[in-house]
Design a protein around this ligand. Structure first.
Ligand code: BGC
Length: 798
């Protein structure tokens, strides 16, 4: 026993002295790997703890918080010149603490538009610029990786984190995700595309088994990740909490290695989403699956790796492979390179980028001619001059209803929030363009918001931790008939802001969240009745990260602008669109259904469950549908793939968005080029003001052996600003491979031979021109992996 101990000690001492000189460089990773002890290797695979988690980092002695409020760190091994690296949250900006103890400097970060708003620009160039600004803040605040973009699909309008994600469509998701990634990584820091994969609900997210067909998995849920990996080479991928077809994503070798690395060629690191050691998922399974980094990191995980290697349960080769990945990641980081970060990014310049990108992401859903706002315009009169003409609209007054006019949401709740220096509310945004608000109503709401914020702080519910991260929703106040009677006399128009808040850990309810509350409905109806009686317009601003019900009330108002959660410049961006300074060009990246239940996924989505009391009643692991498992019975029929194929009415279709001008799309041409179809189309501004338009290419496949949706988006492009009468020809390439469906029987991507129709339009329901071409078959074998363990009753077209 004694002899053994001495031998062990001698070995460690020897290893230490022999390798004392080795310091990590880009070109000596093999040597460093050889010099590492098992303990050091295990530590490098486990994060350095998260201050928010009791007993994690503190026990390991790696708890140093290099950047206050960052989500986590990787462990330093000074003996080998391996620095700790810092991972901060995103995706809408750098999520770190704005204030530090004993430090008078502030560390506010820019609040950029949330994912849905960014994606709604359909402008990959602009999105890349936003990425550059986010990357620059990541770098200048001393972080190495920002945890975003979020590439999960909007399977359901009720998912609490839809605001962080881009779309119900994988091509939009992948292309916007790749653009953000390129932008961020151009600054020398990394992204973490997340949450890989099928993290489409927040309820029971750490245990739910997402049961999904191989086809829907490949074509929808993995596709956005595949595009981002192939096009933008992300440094890291975050594996999600949930199971996919019976196996935790974090321990799923087929997901993390066979598909991600072997098929797509990913060569960065995979880290887990933030979770402790699980009772039912051995750490060694995570290591073997290809999870290089366990976050936030717990001592028990380090110990397990060491014990498992020593007991022969875990092959050291698996550990070494992951350690090598980690070292390859570390040598790329600014921390390793000793970048002298300033803690002073150019917040002013980034605010300008925010304002520009959020105005471009806002979607004008309805306009009966009252927008852009004009000084003398009456309801239904669309010919009056713009507010921005001479005089700048001075003297124009609006009555501003709805709490979120005064407490405007820049972003969502949870890890995806940003500690922003300010949020421009509607009062300020309108004031900045010369529009005033009625004084009494403004004062009442502003006082109420002060009170409600203080009250919320005082009543803090410890279970609602995410309310501390971001701006929680304040209760609306009742707007009486008498109040409206007073306001209608004072104002030229009414603006009603309807705010929705959502975030990590909780899904949205239908009542009062997807739908209007009774109080909101009363407010809209009372305001519109009285303002319309006086010939004055009513405009609704939707300040929400995701979709909501509009069909029951939209006829009562004159215009609806979906402003999303557009970042810190919110009120300014809304004012830019309302006044016509910016002509709206945002398009929906998800269908707005008439009712939430119209989506076939709603049948298999957690609804109105009170997470905590429900669990107490039923207990964990009791086989509760949509908590313990969720069956994706709608299969590939997510979003417009369902509504267009099954010809169901919608409130606003996928791809939809109005402009203050009109566009024509013509001269569509198809050219076969090697393995690609080149689609070109000419877009002409046929209206009277300058604007931008998005050409969306939907493909209808020939009838073959595989069932296909009626049409699928395969490419899109946005014009530059076109002056009235000006045209631009847009050219897009679609690889034959991208026309393929996933054929489960043959484990292959298969595009069947036949005539394909390329339908180019301004939304999935507004096709302007079509052209067809005969294409030969394309087949590409892939691994037969990740099949569901039990049969699913899948929705079929016929
Ligand atoms: C979230 C991730 C986030 C991580 C670190 C998790 O709970 O799901 O999106 O990046 O926490 O804060």
């Amino acid at each position: 026993m004694k002899r053994l101990t001495i031998t062990g000690l001698t070995a460690i001492l020897l290893a230490t002295t022999m390798t004392a000189q080795i310091q990590l460089r880009e070109d000596n990773i093999d040597e460093v790997l050889k010099a590492m002890t098992l303990e050091e290797k295990a530590q490098l695979l486990v994060g350095g703890g998260n201050a928010g988690f009791v007993g994690s980092g503190a026990m390991m002695g790696h708890q140093e918080k290099l950047v206050a409020g960052a989500a986590g760190i990787t462990v330093a091994i000074p003996r080998l010149g391996i620095p700790a690296t810092v991972l901060c949250d995103g995706p809408a900006g750098v999520h770190i603490d704005a204030k530090r103890k004993g430090d008078s400097q502030t560390y506010y970060a820019t609040g950029f538009p949330v994912g849905t708003c960014l994606a709604s620009t359909w402008n990959t160039e602009l999105v890349e610029q936003v990425g550059q600004a986010i990357g620059n803040e990541t770098l200048e605040y001393g972080c190495d990786v920002i945890l975003g973009p979020g590439l999960n699909l909007h399977r359901s309008p009720l998912c609490g984190r839809n605001f962080e994600y881009y779309s119900e469509d994988p091509v939009v998701t992948g292309m916007i995700g790749a653009a953000v990634t390129k932008g961020i990584q151009s600054q020398g820091v990394g992204v973490s595309i997340k949450h890989y994969a099928v993290n489409s609900q927040e309820t029971a997210r750490t245990k739910v088994d997402e049961r999904v067909s191989q086809r829907a998995l490949r074509e929808l849920y993995l596709k956005g990740f595949e595009i981002a990996v192939r096009q933008s080479d992300p440094w890291t991928v975050m594996s999600s909490y949930n199971k996919v077809n019976g196996t935790y994503a974090q321990g799923h070798k087929d997901l993390l290695t066979t598909i991600l690395r072997d098929e797509w060629g990913f060569n960065g690191i995979v880290m887990t989403d933030w979770i402790n050691k699980r009772g039912d998922l051995p750490v060694r399974q995570e290591v073997e699956a290809g999870n290089d980094l366990m976050m936030p990191g717990y001592p028990a995980q380090v110990k397990d790796i060491i014990d498992d290697v020593q007991a022969g349960r875990l092959d050291i080769k698996e550990v070494d492979r992951n350690v090598r990945n980690m070292l390859e990641y570390i040598v790329k980081t600014p921390r390793f390179k000793g970048y002298p970060f300033t803690n002073k990014p150019d917040l002013k310049a980034h605010a300008e980028i925010t304002r520009q990108s959020s105005t471009e992401g806002m979607v004008l859903l309805k306009n009966n001619g009252c927008l852009p706002l004009t000084p003398s315009k009456k309801r239904g009169d669309s010919e009056a001059p713009s507010l921005l003409g001479e005089g700048g609209g001075r003297g124009y007054t609006v009555a501003l209803f709805g709490v979120n006019s005064y407490d405007f949401f820049s972003g969502g709740l949870g890890s995806g929030c940003v500690n922003v220096p300010y949020v421009v509310d509607m009062v300020t945004g309108l004031k900045n363009v010369g529009v005033s608000t009625t004084p009494l109503l403004t004062e009442i709401y502003q006082s109420y918001v002060k009170y409600a914020r203080a009250k919320l702080k005082a009543d803090k519910n410890p279970m609602m931790w995410f309310l501390d991260q971001g701006q929680p929703k304040l209760d609306e106040i009742e707007i009486s008939e008498r109040c409206v009677q007073h306001e209608v006399k004072e104002a030229d128009a009414a603006i009603v802001t309807i705010g929705r808040q959502a975030g990590e850990g909780i899904d949205r309810r239908i009542d009062g969240e997807f739908n209007l509350s009774q109080m909101e409905q009363d407010m809209i109806f009372r305001v519109s009745d009285q303002f319309h009686a006086e010939g004055k317009p009513v405009i609704v601003i939707i300040n929400s990260g995701s979709v909501m019900e509009t069909a029951s009330w939209r006829d009562r108002v004159d215009a609806i602008l979906c402003a999303w959660q557009p970042g810190e410049e919110g009120g300014n961006s809304v004012a830019d669109v309302l006044t016509g300074k910016t002509n709206p060009s945002g398009k929906l990246t998800m269908t707005w259904p008439i009712a939430a239940t119209d989506h076939p996924s709603t049948k298999n989505f957690p609804q109105d469950l009170d997470m905590y009391s429900y669990r107490e009643m039923k207990g964990w692991g009791a086989g509760i549908p949509n908590e313990d498992y969720t069956n994706h019975e709608e299969d590939i029929y997510v979003g417009y793939r369902y509504f267009d194929t099954f010809q169901r009415e919608v409130a606003y279709p996928f791809g939809y968005g109005l402009s203050y001008t009109t566009f024509e799309m013509k001269d569509e041409r198809l050219k076969m080029k090697d393995d690609c179809v080149e689609v070109s189309v000419t877009v002409k501004n046929t209206g009277s003001v300058a604007g931008k338009e998005v050409a969306q290419v939907y493909v209808s496949a020939p009838k073959g052996t595989i069932e296909k949706p009626a049409q699928e988006l395969k490419a899109f492009a946005k014009t530059r600003t076109l002056q009235p009468g000006e045209s631009q020809t847009l050219t897009m390439q679609i690889a034959k491979r991208d026309l393929a469906s996933f054929d489960e029987a043959g484990s292959q991507w298969l595009a069947e031979a036949g005539t394909y129709t390329f339908r180019v339009g301004a939304s999935s329901r507004d096709i302007r021109t079509t052209a067809s071409v005969k294409i030969g078959a394309y087949a590409e074998k892939v691994h037969n992996v990740m099949a569901p363990k039990e049969p699913l009753h899948l929705l079929k077209r016929s």
